[in-house]
Write a protein that binds this ligand. Structure first.
Ligand SMILES: C[S@@+](CC[C@H](N)C(=O)[O-])C[C@H]1O[C@@H](n2cnc3c(N)ncnc32)[C@H](O)[C@@H]1O
Length: 277
């Protein structure tokens, strides 16, 4: 791919409520659905299955999917683990799409979607046997509040499974700060150990921290391939969704370089609320 300079980025958003609503709006856009497909995180359903396997789910387990996006994970957990799943997201459009897709496959009696903020979950204490949060903790401005909410809504003995974007100790490289301004979401990603520390500080016992950096690289490659294909096969659809292949290309190159240098990665964490279930 020909290297181009990164396009100018909008001014970074600093108000926490604005960051959340900007991120929810971005992920509710046609462009994201077009580029990411059904699953909005590195590793796709393969990594989701690995995460689910670590949660000790049994038939009828109550699971909360925090920042559920299009609801693909929620439906998978219902279908493959016979779980009852609530998905929470801030994006109104995202939730509408999640509900529609769930109704289409006849799972609406087992999978519900609620509008809500991860930092103030719309759920009673100890309501869930397990909680998942994929590629979203990095976006929450008040991560300790979200981690405390995870611990609050889990029953004692319940598990939380997280996968998320990680950054090296020095933070995002300058080149990627531009992307962070563009998609406010990854600006606040942390090293994997710092996510683990957040969970510990919320009273959870960390059981596993594993790097899955290859999943991030594969996602970058997949988006790149999808853009090239769409640019050839359906440029009108790209234009309709507001995707400019030439503008996205330098960001993908920058992200690929950062991943190759180990500046960004992806991690899976599993933790447990201490106590007997
Ligand atoms: C990268 S997408 C991940 C979606 C889904 N977990 C998946 O992996 O397919 C991030 C999601 O987080 C949601 N989100 C961002 N901030 C949120 C918040 N404070 N509370 C709830 N959802 C939030 C966005 O609307 C978006 O759907």
């Amino acid at each position: 791919m020909t290297e181009r300079p990164l396009p100018a980025t909008p001014a970074p958003v600093s108000d926490p409520e604005e960051v959340k609503s900007c991120c929810a709006t971005a992920y509710g856009s046609d462009a994201v659905a077009l580029l990411l497909g059904d699953s909005y995180h590195p590793g796709g359903l393969t990594l989701t299955r690995r995460l689910a396997d670590a949660l000790a789910l049994t038939a009828g387990s109550r699971v909360l999917d925090v920042a559920c996006g299009p609801g693909t994970t929620a439906r998978l957990l219902a279908l493959e683990h016979d779980a009852r799943v609530d998905g929470v997201d801030l994006g109104a459009t995202t939730l509408e799409a999640a509900r529609a897709a769930t109704a289409t496959v006849g799972l609406s009696d087992r999978v519900r979607f609620l509008h809500g903020d991860a930092e103030r979950l719309p759920a009673p204490d100890a309501a869930y046997d397990a909680l998942v949060c994929e590629c979203a903790l990095c976006t929450f401005p008040d991560k300790p509040a979200a981690a405390a909410e995870f611990a609050r809504v889990l029953r004692p003995g319940g598990r939380v499974g997280i996968t998320d974007v990680t950054v090296a100790d020095g933070g995002l490289p300058d080149e990627l700060a531009g992307i962070a301004g563009w998609v406010a979401c990854v600006a606040d990603a942390l090293p994997a150990d710092a996510y683990a520390e957040l969970l510990r500080a919320a009273g959870l016992r960390v059981l596993r921290v594993a790097a899955h950096d290859g999943a991030l690289v594969r996602m970058i490659d997949r988006i790149d391939a999808r853009i090239r294909l769409l640019a050839m096969a359906s440029p009108a659809r790209m234009a309709e969704a507001g995707v400019d292949a030439d503008a996205v290309a330098p960001y993908l190159s920058a992200a690929r370089r950062a991943a190759a240098a180990g500046d960004i990665g992806y991690a899976l964490l599993v933790a447990e609320r201490p106590g007997r279930g």
